[in-house]
Design a protein around this ligand. Structure first.
Ligand SMILES: Nc1ncnc2c1ncn2[C@@H]1O[C@H](COP(=O)(O)OP(=O)(O)OP(=O)(O)O)[C@@H](O)[C@H]1O
Length: 264
């Protein structure tokens, strides 16, 4: 559904590339993009969304060549939840914020409100419709941004660090939303530093390092590559590390798997 070919990008014209020669295809597998700060992850998803223009290479979303499409056309295909909610929120009420994108693609007010309220129910903010978003906690602001993007019902949904500032309950809401999107055959891409969350929720994991793809495979395959991950300064999930130290042979991703393996 997304095909990225020979993609390179530099913020300063001919300067040092932030991304070099990226070749990736994305399908319906839930996919985590990981890697240390500055590896180029956010730049990559901004290119997918058409917010930045590739210095070199091509991005195809279905039949769309991203660089030939308008922001409005891309808004119907691809939703991006920014890392920092303050980059996304600008309306005066929670409901208006969630309806904004829908009204912007010329949806009628009645349907837009219905979809917005449904999305706010999903994230547990439906009792705060008339609140000013700036009076919400950081965790709630992030959930509001998620609701605004989910309401758009795009085929592709990208989250940039959704679990930051979330407690267990907030992470559970995000986990459920990702599952729900997957069930609806949406392509879900998530930039994330929380490796436990990655291990528990994503089919595929891609490791970015210094603007290149260092690893790409099933989450289990990727977390089994201890030495390569070290090169990218990525620590496997806590439970995977514990299992390694105890000498368990298989790559363990969850506590349940750990207990099951220990009981053998
Ligand atoms: N607007 C910008 N102008 C110039 N350089 C930028 C800009 N945005 C990001 N960079 C640089 O591009 C590189 C990649 O940044 P990017 O935000 O894509 O990395 P990241 O992997 O998402 O990091 P993080 O995990 O910290 O969000 C970094 O060196 C960063 O300083």
């Amino acid at each position: 559904m997304i095909k990225v070919s020979n993609l390179s990008f530099s913020y300063t014209g001919g300067g040092v590339p932030v991304l070099s020669d990226i070749n990736l295809e994305f399908d319906q597998r839930t996919t985590a993009i990981i890697g240390q700060n500055g590896a180029g992850k956010t730049t990559f998803v901004k290119l997918l969304k058409g917010l930045l223009k590739a210095t070199y290479g091509e991005i195809l979303i279905g039949e769309y060549d991203v660089k030939m499409r308008t922001a409005a056309e891309l808004a119907r295909k691809i939703g991006l939840v920014f890392q920092n909610p303050n980059d996304q929120i600008f309306k005066r009420t929670v409901l208006d914020e969630t309806m904004f994108g829908l009204l912007n693609i010329k949806m009628g007010r009645y349907t837009a409100e219905k979809l917005a309220v449904e999305a706010l129910e999903l994230v547990g903010l439906d009792d705060k419709l008339s609140m000013n978003p700036h009076d919400l906690s950081l965790s709630e602001k992030k959930l509001l941004c998620i609701a605004s993007v989910v309401a758009m019902d795009t085929d592709i949904v990208i989250f940039d660090e959704p679990t930051i500032a979330q407690d267990h309950a907030g992470k559970e809401i995000i986990r459920r939303i990702i599952q729900k999107l997957k069930e609806k055959n949406k392509l879900v891409l998530t930039i994330i530093h929380d490796m436990d969350f990655v291990a528990e929720n994503f089919d595929r994991t891609i490791v970015f390092n210094e603007g290149k793809v260092l690893l790409d495979g099933s989450t289990r395959e990727v977390f089994s590559q201890k030495d390569v991950l070290e090169e990218a300064n990525v620590e496997p999930p806590g439970i995977t590390q514990l299992a390694n130290r105890l000498g368990l042979k298989n790559t363990i991703l969850t506590v349940d798997e750990f207990l099951h393996e220990c009981a053998k």
